[in-house]
Design a protein around this ligand. Sequence first.
Ligand code: ADP
Length: 428
Amino acid sequence: MALLGAIADDFTGATDLASMLVAHGMRSVQLIGTPPAAFPPPEADALVIALKTRTAPLEEAVAESLRALAYLKAQGVRQVFFKYCSTFDSTDRGNIGPVADALLAALGASFALACPAFPANRRTLYLGHLFVGEALLNESGMENHPLTPMRDPNLVRVLSRQTTGRVGLVPYGVVREGAASIRAAFARLAAEGYRYAIVDAIEEAHLMAIGEAAADHPLITGGSGVAMGLPANFRRQGLLPPRLDAEALPAIEGANAVIAGSCSRATLGQIAEAEREGLPVLRLDPLHFPSAEAMAEAALAWARPLLGARPVVIAASAPPDQVRAVQARLGTEAASALIEEALARTAEGLVAQGARRLVVAGGETSGAVVARLGVQALRIGPAIDPGVPWTAASGRGPELLLALKSGNFGAPDFFRKAFALLDAQRPA
Ligand code: ADP
């Protein structure tokens, strides 16, 4: 039975959290949305439900999160984690505060910590102020985010605007003293009627101590960083055996392919690198095709004779000037929808042709592919680069290995590294 149940407010955030838990010895499965009650419970120490509630209408975000919580409670999890972005992406209305309020109430609890810090990704929190690298949150570029502009770096104030509860602070001076002091500070704040504690953290050691201090909290809220201290709690309680194989995936043989819909700089560089390495690369120009079906058909006809151990790369990705030209002709949303559908159909066709190991580049593109393939659960495996693990996907179709890459993630040789990692793990 799973020990930890998590609810993530977006897809890549869910993967990020699950990857963190795997790295610290918990077998983790990411579920795409809340499964029906009859869904056979995956064999895992942690279940992470990926929702899309970060910018959803408030009532919908709360309802979806409560549905996820009900599923996790039915699985018997001992602790619930509400995962949001390490830049606390939200508006003054929410959704972080209202969702946390609803989860606390449904758990019959009255206090939770809130800590988005993630020092490895240069998100640190000092006296309640969130820094991205050297910059305060509101000077980090996040103040211009189209959906969740962050114009106040003080998270005590930010969260206060989103909840009817009182928000306090566990400051750095307490955090650096370790778990016992943090636990005492939590108890004090809870006794004084505070509902939340923003908790400072600058180094990983702080996150480990915060996690330890929250061992008996029904709900923890934060970024994936603060989850790193939780597996040790379960081990201390004798509930989680030491695992050397938390990231083990089933061996799945079949053809290798890359599908790229991201136009981010990192992905463009990875495609160029694949070309330099001599991999077959097809660049799809959306303006050449009358429909998504036609684009997918052309891609599949090209790939058919090439499919095998050497990965084929199918990319709609293009540099900014070409993207602008396509958007000017088709409209921005229509262009995205057309290309996402074409690439999702291509993925489906590749699987029908025997592809079983797929790298997908692009967040939205990955969402479209996963939906088209009917994937319900992803068992999280080893990380190829930070934040991008191989996963074993199960659902409607055959079992697959999928690496779903957010556009800007990964080193230039990411594609080669991804397949090399699978080959290295194959039992001799
Ligand atoms: P990222 O993770 O880099 O943001 P996404 O897949 O989330 O990548 O978003 C990229 C978007 O750009 C998708 O909607 C995709 O369909 C679209 N796109 C891909 N290629 C092109 C292109 N050549 N012209 C216009 N839009 C494109």
